[in-house]
Design a protein around this ligand. Structure first.
Ligand code: GLN
Length: 491
């Protein structure tokens, strides 16, 4: 199979596979060839399923599934999965020593749904430890590199998933997003990423970071492929108590319908988020604004919050993290050490000292402090109040516009190590993305162009449960920019 198949979108691959299921093997052969050629440079994966195992699995799938091929919506499509999403029988580490040898006895709901549709899990991708970070450098194992420039980070925390996509190691991926972890690496690697409305996609089997904001979402190399994966993972799940009581919509049909009818929408351009971005980002993203506003009605809107957004997000995220990660005690969860004659406190302390990395420890300590008597009113409660105000602000904004637009990231992908020396700068770079998680609305990152050889992306947010609006606008931009199905040549 020639390399032209590498940049083939999933919706085309599906057609090919349905007419001739043997092509699945050819395509997998190609994917593994790419992985063999690039993985030692990029390191997108923590666990890669061997080609032999995958081939055996597909042989079985093809034999058993022949009659129902037409109904399988992901037949033969390889998918890279972030390593904080539980996969039965496949090591799930959260990029942490704490879970280095953990093999889940069950699948996350999203995995169940993908497998049922004939999708093929080919590996578990690298990430920031417990999804805490923006660069994939806090992984306990090794950093992942940006396929467009190996001296730079791929973004994070779903950096492995984004890098795998842009390097051609997989055509589809899953990420998770608590404050931007799908959109940030999607922007840095030049791929598409969508954080769904809070509660639309089941969190059952997602290892928790900050439960009130965590959300699993699709990542792909074009808009339609995002819709295909969203179709499968969205919709109510009784195993997740925060899962909304709704069926997912048929996003593929809705996307086709909207692209055909082309309704004119009202779009708010968030002034401050453009002005506070680096020069290269600003000039490129304003061009994308022009493209959409040539057709839609745009108005400039103001969001006067800046640093408060980041402060509120990190206070809430750390508070929830300190509580969620308390379960890793070495008895029920986490690293196993010989108990000998040690007391519970010694075991607890040793397990957590060895199991967690620096960033995770820092956040647990700060989170516990934020929630402690005497300080919680000053930090945690205030952050929650701000969250409410922000929600009300956007309720108002969404009365007058259908969507709001900003750059996804205010900066280009930094060099490896750059943020390590300046963690505050790393936190502040999340300013545009944390909004959607604080208020629970959907948000998409759309790659639009390159600046100095590095990808640049815009972010669009819309009202709760209007993912189709984001997909529609993304498709319109995709048509104009032709930024689709692009695979980086890794040198
Ligand atoms: N960079 C943010 C953080 O470190 C977002 C991470 C995420 O979305 N998982 O918390």
């Amino acid at each position: 199979m020639s390399y032209k198949y590498l940049s083939m979108p999933v919706y085309r691959l599906l057609q090919e596979f349905k007419t001739d299921p043997m092509k699945i093997f050819d395509y997998l052969e190609l994917v593994y060839k790419v992985i063999n050629g690039t993985e030692n440079k990029i390191r997108s994966f923590i666990t890669l399923i061997s080609k032999d195992i995958v081939f055996k699995y597909v042989e079985k799938l093809v034999k058993e599934g022949l009659e129902k091929f037409d109904s399988l919506k992901l037949l033969g499509i390889p998918i890279a999965v972030k390593d904080n999403i539980s996969t039965k029988g496949i090591r799930t580490t959260c990029a942490s020593r704490m879970l280095e040898n953990y093999i889940p006895p069950y699948n996350a709901t999203v995995i169940e749904r993908i497998i049922k549709e004939g999708g093929i899990i080919i590996g578990k991708t690298n990430m920031d430890e417990f999804a805490m970070g923006s660069t994939t450098e806090t992984s306990a194992f090794y950093p992942t590199r940006n396929p467009w420039d190996l001296s730079r980070v791929p973004g994070g925390s779903s950096g492995g998933s984004a890098a795998a996509l842009s390097a051609g190691e997989a055509p589809l991926a899953l990420g998770s997003d608590t404050g931007g972890s799908i959109r940030n690496p999607a922007a840095f690697c030049g791929v598409y990423g969508l954080k769904p409305t809070y509660g639309l996609v089941s969190r059952y089997g997602l290892i928790a970071y900050a439960s009130s904001m965590d959300q699993i979402g699709p990542m792909a190399r074009n808009t339609m492929d995002l819709a295909i994966l969203l179709n499968i993972i969205a919709g109510h799940d009784s195993k997740d108590s925060t899962s909304l009581l709704i069926n997912g919509k048929d996003y593929v049909s809705l996307l086709k319908e909207l692209t055909h009818k082309e309704p004119r929408l009202r779009i708010g351009i968030i002034k401050e988020l453009f002005e506070n971005s680096d020069e290269g980002i600003r000039s490129k993203t304003y061009k994308a604004v022009d493209m959409l506003c040539a057709y839609h009605d745009c108005l400039t809107i103001s969001l006067p919050y800046g640093k408060q957004l980041v402060a509120a997000y990190y206070i809430i995220a750390m508070a929830e993290a300190s509580s969620n990660l308390a379960r890793f005690d070495g008895v029920r969860y986490g690293l196993k050490i010989p108990f000998e004659n040690k007391g519970w406190d010694e075991i607890y302390s040793e397990v957590r000292t060895k199991g967690f990395g620096y960033e995770v420890k820092k956040r647990i300590a700060l989170g516990a402090y934020i929630l402690s008597v005497g300080y919680r009113d000053m930090y945690y409660i205030r952050a929650l109040k701000f969250r409410r105000i922000l929600k009300e602000t956007f309720d108002k904004i969404f009365k007058s516009v259908d969507a709001v637009m900003s750059p996804t990231m205010p900066i280009l992908p930094p060099k490896l190590g750059e943020f390590f020396e300046d963690p505050l700068r790393m936190y502040l770079a999340d300013v545009n993305t944390v909004i959607a998680n604080l208020i629970g609305v959907p948000a998409i990152s759309i790659p639009i162009d390159f600046y100095n050889g590095l990808p640049v992306a815009v972010q669009i947010m819309s009202r709760q449960l209007t993912e189709e609006v984001l997909l529609y606008l993304s498709m319109q931009l995709e048509e104009k920019t032709r930024f689709r199905n692009i695979v980086a040549e890794v040198h």
